[in-house]
Design a protein around this ligand. Structure first.
Ligand code: OAD
Length: 242
């Protein structure tokens, strides 16, 4: 790797598991307790806004009480200390990358933000949102969590595609590879010539697309990978045991 090389990192719920936040598809995960079609689609919100707001208010409270773990901290260190650009793209809505001192592109939105379905205004969400929450810009009673639901277009896609097309290293951390378009990022980065590495507790749906797979908890595997890059400039295939 060259010091000016760009590193793109995709994170999923697994990176926050050791902070005590539930993943979606592991045993007992969020989608075992709640049906996607009840809480994570625009149709669900139109049908039962009380239930949907309650689901996201619960998760907002849990995220606010959680602390970043060594994996978040290591990525913030990489972003600060690597001479080239380090782009963190996250599917997570918990804000733990920022709380660790990093910046991230939130492709699935953020729990801490509210969005007005009427005028598009965004603002800091109160800890508990209800169907009575009004938009501070247009005063309509049409506030929703600023979360990308199934059937909606993820945020920042043009910017993300451009980063994937010119990165030297692409890493995916704690994501099951079951949700698109994020599941396809590894192939886009590989097509552009990037070295690719997956870090996950187990093999994901798309493990075969990666050059290297490092199995283990993010809190252990990610700091070792970051150490390898910062000390020897080795992005994926060497530096640190799986
Ligand atoms: P998933 O719950 O689908 O996958 C989490 C992955 O993290 C699994 O492969 C686990 O094995 C792994 N994992 C669990 N604990 C870990 C740990 N301590 N260290 C490392 N890996 C660990 O979550 P995502 O892939 O993030 O979207 O899910 C993607 C999207 O699906 C979410 O953003 C959400 C969900 O539906 C929306 O709500 C729109």
């Amino acid at each position: 790797m060259q010091p000016e090389d760009k590193i793109v990192i995709l994170t999923g719920a697994g990176i926050s598991a050791e902070s005590g936040l539930a993943t979606f598809r592991d045993d007992g995960g969020l989608w075992a307790q709640h049906r996607i079609e009840d809480v994570a689609t625009p149709e669900a919100f139109a049908r039962d806004p009380v239930l949907v707001h309650r689901f996201y208010s619960m998760r907002r409270t849990q995220a606010a009480a959680a602390e970043p773990n060594p994996a978040h901290v290591a990525l913030a260190r990489l972003q600060r200390d690597w001479p080239g650009e380090v782009v963190i793209v996250t599917q997570n809505v918990d804000g733990l990358h920022e709380r660790a001192g990093a910046t991230a592109l939130h492709m699935h939105g953020e729990l801490s933000r509210a969005l007005c379905a009427a005028c598009g205004h965004r603002w800091d969400a109160p800890s508990e949102m209800t169907p009575e929450t009004t938009c501070p810009a247009c005063a309509q009673v049409s506030a929703r969590p600023d979360i990308v639901w199934f059937g909606e277009m993820p945020y920042h896609m043009d910017e993300i595609e451009a980063h994937l097309a010119d990165c030297a290293v692409f890493a995916a951390i704690g994501t099951s590879g079951q949700v698109w378009p994020a599941a396809g990022f590894v192939r886009e980065a590989a097509r552009a010539g990037a070295e690719t590495v997956e870090m996950n507790l187990e093999r994901s749906e798309v493990s075969r697309a990666f050059d290297t797979v490092r199995i283990g908890p993010a809190g252990r595997v990610v700091p070792a990978w970051v150490d390898g890059i910062l000390t020897a400039g080795t992005g994926g295939t060497t530096g640190g045991a799986p």
